[in-house]
Design a protein around this ligand. Structure first.
Ligand SMILES: [Zn+2]
Length: 363
């Protein structure tokens, strides 16, 4: 639905048009896409760090190697060295927008059940919030769905990308704010009954600043709803680099639930709800098998890959590998569904959700 707005249909032509710019950028290597390596944990400042994961870009196959460190003291997991602003721009390009929009637009557009499930978390605590800000809203699809449950609520969205402007133009949002949340928070101060952040915090360069911004944008007694991947999930260890929620290089911070609860408390929030079963997205095994198949198959053409587009034999081999893997994918999808029933109880859930209430001033 969002695809035809901005993109011609022929992927081959799009790739060819983008190739010279990508190749020129990559001529000097990927060094400038990274900042300096940190010697301390960005969450608690401890110097006791260990390498948790070394990996590559398994989704887009852009060049570069990425390291996630874990803090031995607080358990925080973070990308180290972290992407620089040039790196963020480079690795996000053609993922949610441009070349990648077609694929993701279809995927996000059909996830109404997930969006309903997220919105329902607040109903017991706020039956009819007056205003709701969804931070990291992308193309505003969550707000569009949530309006079905909260018809009298005014939904605004905030995002770094142009999707939020499209969402306002298409009427999915009352207002779409484009920019960084900490930078925009002063002008949004005290305006919202609910602020939501679904799979947003892990993308941020500084989660603590985002939480402070949420506190500022909320009215006293307002609700903050956060959902993030759970680095404590058993799947994270079981599947290693093939665990989709590591999502390198996009995920800069993976926060253990205890850390987030504590930080919210320090900011004057009261945690009302902690959920593990509800936010679990049952795709771990399917995604891992897909990433593995995609890794061993010859590459699909992309403008950041060197050389000329893959020829017919290479494309045929890719198709053959993916077809051969189809039964494995089917089995993985089946297991994902079975495990989802017990994921919350067995520590397999790949995400968690916290709902917290902002204190009144002076309390
Ligand atoms: Zn730490």
């Amino acid at each position: 639905m969002t695809t035809a707005e901005t993109e011609p249909a022929d992927r081959g032509a799009q790739v060819a048009a983008r190739r010279p710019a990508y190749q020129a950028e990559l001529a000097d290597g990927t060094g400038r896409f990274f900042g300096p390596r940190r010697a301390t944990c960005p969450w608690c400042e401890s110097a006791r760090l260990t390498v948790r994961l070394r990996t590559t870009d398994l989704l887009q196959h852009k060049p570069g190697r990425f390291v996630l460190d874990a803090c031995q003291d607080c358990g925080h997991v973070f990308q180290n060295p972290r992407l620089s602003s040039a790196g963020l721009e480079f690795y996000y390009r053609d993922f949610y927008d441009g070349l990648g929009e077609q694929r993701l637009g279809g995927m996000f557009g059909t996830r109404a059940a997930t969006y309903r499930n997220r919105a329902l978390s607040v109903t017991a605590f706020a039956a009819a919030p007056g205003s709701w800000l969804d931070v990291g809203t992308g193309h505003g699809h969550f707000c569009e769905t949530a309006r079905g449950l909260f018809p009298d609520t005014a939904f605004d969205g905030l995002d770094l990308t142009e999707g939020v402007e499209l969402a306002e133009r298409h009427g999915r949002l009352r207002r779409g704010f484009r920019g960084s949340f900490p930078a925009l928070a002063p002008e949004l101060a005290g305006q919202y009954d609910v602020v939501s952040m679904f799979h947003y915090l892990e993308h941020s360069t500084d989660p603590a600043r985002e939480l402070a911004a949420a506190r500022q944008a909320l009215r006293p007694n307002g609700l903050l709803l956060i959902e993030v991947p759970d680095p404590g999930s058993r799947y994270a260890r079981l599947l290693g680099r093939w665990w989709l929620p590591w999502l390198q290089p996009q995920h800069l911070h993976l926060v253990p639930v205890a850390n987030l609860r504590r930080r919210l408390g320090e900011l004057g929030f009261t945690v009302l709800l902690e959920q593990h079963r509800e936010p679990h997205d049952p795709i771990d095994l399917l995604a891992a098998c897909w990433l593995l198949l995609d890794e061993i198959a010859p590459r699909e053409d992309a403008p950041w890959l060197p050389g000329s587009p893959p020829g017919r034999p290479s494309r045929a081999l890719r198709t053959a590998v993916l077809l051969a893997g189809a039964p494995v994918l089917l089995l993985a999808a089946l297991l994902d569904r079975l495990i989802a029933r017990v994921a919350g109880r067995t520590g397999m859930s790949n995400a968690y959700r916290l709902l917290a209430r902002r204190a009144e001033p002076g309390s």
